[in-house]
Ligand binder design. Sequence first.
Ligand SMILES: Nc1ncnc2c1ncn2[C@@H]1O[C@H](COP(=O)(O)OP(=O)(O)O)[C@@H](O)[C@H]1O
Ligand SMILES: [Mg+2]
Length: 435
Amino acid sequence: MRNPTILILDQSDELADQVSDVIDDLRPRPRIVACQRIETVCDVLSEDGPFDVMVAGPSLGDQAGLARLRLIHDELPAMAMVLAFDHRPDAHLRDLVRVGALDLLQLPVHDKEVLECLQRAVETARRLEPPVPVVVPSSAVAAAPSAVPARALGKVLTVASATGGCGKTFLATNLAYFLARHSGGRVCVIDLDLQFGEVSTALRLKPRFTIYDALQREDNDEADLARHFPEYLVAHSTGVHVLAAPKDPSEADRINPPDVTRIIEAARQHFDHVVVDTPSALTEIVLAAFEGSERLFVMATLDLPSVRNLGVFLTTLEKLKVPTDDVRLILNKAESDVGIEIAQVEKLFPQGFEAVLPYAKEVSRSINLGMPVLAASPNAEVSRAMVPSLAALLPEGHLARVVPPAPVTSPGFLARLFHRPQSRTSSPTRKAEQP
Ligand SMILES: Nc1ncnc2c1ncn2[C@@H]1O[C@H](COP(=O)(O)OP(=O)(O)O)[C@@H](O)[C@H]1O
Ligand SMILES: [Mg+2]
């Protein structure tokens, strides 16, 4: 069983200290994250989560605090909420119910009572857990046993295109979200657009480490890289993990094709699906990704240069003897009245298009929210057009479970309400020792 995670939200550190002291008696020992600045809570929720339990302290005991807690509860209903207040909040019982409060602790409180309360909260959270397994945050994995347990290697799916702006990052992030939600497996995205990668931007993540850092490890043999791979990832609130592209484009030049193979192999040891996003080119780096891929999505948009270059791209693959059986074509941003018809393009590619996706304003909206469009606007035409091609990737028996998902609100939504500051560097967020 994975270690539970508990977030303590309060301006003072007293509550976090008391919880840290008592959790030694809980098994498995929970991981504690303390957040003392309410404005940074959405960052903490998305970067250090998912959390099983949140304990809100006295500084959240006024109307404004309860309103904030209610927003958090609306967004993360599976997280058990405990209120630890030193006075009865000046609020109706109804407000406390709306916050989703599972338990109330009247401060000061005995350690034993805190312990029992947390035990119950963790158990309740486990029962509320969504069907998709919540992935252990990378920071928790860092404390995992030193060997990678033997398991079936994950499948690699790569998204590529000849021209830029075709929607590779858009498809890669949606593909990853779809698999995480419906396959029941663990999913990560590797951003191989080494110079201008945008996976973390599209998901509004702030990665601490990148692929470059992972490859910089000193004793960088295969086993060591595989063992420590999860430490270099950043987790999205949907459970998708991301290995970000280098922060500085100059670092990209120092990464070579064998590095890419090693990174992908390390990822396969931890994740059931490894989605690879690539730059708009057929470089050696991209070819290294193709080599280990089970499926290759090649994208084009509905304009002449893109369609023409799709042809060149496919011919080049053939010349390079890259097997094309597993290649699937996706036509994106398809609009009528742009002087080129979908039917004309389809005639040029006898293998056909796996999906034709319309141009949709929901895509920009989803990017601004930091959410895949399948999560933010599941009923949009573009989402519906995408699902059949993605559903084909699910393991047998999972297809029936593909139902339109409920819209997910992004952490960005909370961020706006909570007046997120520009930088987290001054955040006094404090992490207790790993279990
Ligand atoms: N179907 C679509 N409808 C509207 N905008 C889209 C669609 N697909 C992608 N976009 C937008 O087009 C831009 C380029 O997409 P992106 O995924 O970054 O392309 P690539 O990774 O191939 O360069 C992004 O701003 C993205 O939001
Ligand atoms: Mg991209």
